[in-house]
Design a protein around this ligand. Structure first.
Ligand SMILES: Cc1cc2nc3c(=O)[nH]c(=O)nc-3n(C[C@H](O)[C@H](O)[C@H](O)COP(=O)(O)O)c2cc1C
Length: 204
């Protein structure tokens, strides 16, 4: 089977990509709008893209009506955001925030999560999240046009917050933090069935 992306509709390209590149981590992104209203939304086209500086990137598509998603509008305006990790306990609330709420709705309140003040950025973080990263906007890249194109947001992580009980010296104990991953369609995975493989040479 050979498939040429330009022959597919946006919907079919989404289904193909999301079932081909997986499992994906979920960035549960908290932002603040110009009006001071907090926003939350999940983004699974998300990955680290640098260590020093510590960089992450998110892909943000367009709303169905061709408008910008609130997360993108807020990041463009405020130049910062927080990436919160999603564990099994947060899965349901994370999913609820992916609904298209009007921009004047505080999605923390809507889904029953606690917004706490960040140390270095104006966007709040999710108190219930095991791991949060306060990010400052570095660049926004724009590809294509609405409603099929997308924006890639690159942020520098200025500060990590990790729940003390998850920290085991140099890293986070994933068996304790229990992150979930996004698969294709409406499927998710847990991270309970892991295996170890030593690299022939360890560079970092
Ligand atoms: C698990 C999950 C992952 C998602 N990943 C993305 C993504 O990578 N990019 C994107 O544009 N939308 C993604 N979405 C959809 C957004 O969360 C959704 O459009 C949301 O309403 C955006 O909210 P906002 O307008 O408050 O920013 C995802 C939804 C879910 C449930």
């Amino acid at each position: 089977m050979k498939i040429t992306p330009s022959h597919l509709s946006k919907k079919n390209m989404h289904e193909l990509f999301m079932s081909a590149i997986l499992p994906r981590p979920i960035a549960f992104v908290s932002t603040i709008g110009e009006d001071g209203i907090f926003n939350l939304a999940p983004f699974s086209c998300f990955t680290p893209v640098g260590l020093k500086p510590a960089l992450v990137c998110l892909q943000i598509g367009w709303k169905r009506d061709g408008k910008k998603k609130d997360t993108l509008r807020n990041i463009e305006c405020e130049k910062n955001f927080v990436v919160n990790g999603v564990d099994e306990a947060l899965a349901e609330a994370m999913n609820q925030t992916s609904a298209e709420y009007p921009s004047d709705i505080d999605e923390f309140k809507e889904v029953g999560l606690t917004a706490i003040k960040s140390d270095l950025v104006r966007a709040p973080r999710v108190a219930e999240s095991p791991v949060s990263m306060e990010c400052q906007l570095v660049r926004i890249l724009e590809f294509g046009e609405a409603p099929t194109g997308s924006h890639v947001v690159i942020g520098e992580v200025l500060l990590f917050h990790v729940k003390d009980e998850l920290w085991c010296g140099e890293e986070i104990d994933i068996s304790k933090w229990k992150p979930i991953g996004r698969l294709g369609g409406d499927l998710y995975c847990r991270t309970r069935d892991v295996f170890e493989m030593k690299r022939p040479t360890q560079s970092f």
